[in-house]
Design a protein around this ligand. Structure first.
Ligand SMILES: [Zn+2]
Length: 301
């Protein structure tokens, strides 16, 4: 971020994000980085992060083929194919699976390239049900669904798909690599940034219980669906604990305002969390947080 203003290679897209960072849910992209990037996760032999703009997803290369996740190609018509091409730079083994983290199109649009490459698409049951209603032309429905837990085994890799209750959506799962002690968790725990746009359709009370369950799992590092701050870092249980505290503080404050009859206005205008003022996305995130908790405590939803 410190080079953000001085860098001459600022793209139109990054200017747009700089003006309206809420679009990216948590944070503006760092201007110095390339638009697309594939990196191996440090300390692993075969776990990679594919990043497209300010979205990212995990893929695992096993001896028997590839497990990919979230195509992240919303508004990027060739994004899914770009992702497949990036995998092809690492391995020529078949892409066996594509796993969706949840139903939001900014994370799962673009699956057709994977389907064409022969992948089986797996997601939580609610993903399939929601996609069946909306019929988004760029979002391919899953071939297989599960309810609470599914184990994907390929080569020497075991990947757990866990549904631990409603949270950021009613379809958002945790993907855990037990051997690597890694999880891929999207949108519910912004790493190093204030929550924002992602609050819109979340389940606030269930989300608190969900994060507690995530913290209770055995893992050390979290790959988030948007690059962690600073520097695209991975998340830790400490990041999850901090977001849980933030949610509880926001919830308690808005509950008070709601019971004074202040939702949505003037609560949305008045709501501040000065203890987080230094966090990226603070100013943009506040109204989303206020609006969601006002729905809960001032409306009952
Ligand atoms: Zn989402």
């Amino acid at each position: 971020m410190r080079h953000y203003v001085s860098c001459v290679a600022v793209t139109a897209a990054s200017i747009l994000f700089a003006i309206r960072p809420g679009l990216a849910q948590t944070q503006p992209p760092e201007a110095s980085r390339p638009p697309i990037e594939t990196t191996k996760v440090e300390g692993t032999e075969n776990v990679y992060i594919f990043r497209n703009g300010n979205h990212q997803s995990m893929f695992v290369v096993t001896k028997a083929g590839v497990i990919a996740t979230d195509p992240i190609a919303y508004g990027r018509p060739t994004g899914g194919q770009t992702y497949v091409d990036e995998i092809r730079k690492v391995t020529s083994l078949p892409i066996k699976y594509l796993i969706y983290s949840h139903h939001h199109f900014d994370h799962i649009a673009g699956g057709k390239a994977f389907k064409d490459a022969g992948a089986t698409i797996i997601a939580h049951r609610r993903v399939k049900e929601r996609l069946a209603v909306i019929k988004d032309p760029f979002t391919v429905p899953p071939d297989e669904t599960f309810e609470m837990k599914k184990i994907v085994k390929l080569g020497d890799t075991t990947l757990e798909l866990l549904y631990l209750g409603r949270n950021h959506s009613d379809s958002n799962i945790v993907m855990r690599l037990p051997k690597e002690k890694l999880i891929f968790l999207v949108d519910i725990v912004p790493v190093g940034a204030m929550p924002g746009l992602g609050m819109i359709d979340m389940y606030p009370l269930e989300a608190e219980a969900f994060i507690e369950r995530v913290i209770a799992l055995d893992w050390e590092r979290m790959i988030p669906g948007h690059p962690g701050l600073p520097g695209g870092r991975l998340g830790t249980k400490d990041d999850a604990r901090k977001i849980l505290v933030l949610m509880r503080e926001a919830s308690a404050e808005i509950k008070k305002l709601a019971r004074e009859g202040k939702c949505w206005q003037p609560a949305e205008r008045e709501f501040k969390m000065p203890q987080y003022a230094s966090w990226p996305n603070y100013e943009n995130g506040l109204p989303y947080i206020a609006r969601r908790y006002c729905s809960l405590w001032g409306r009952g939803t």
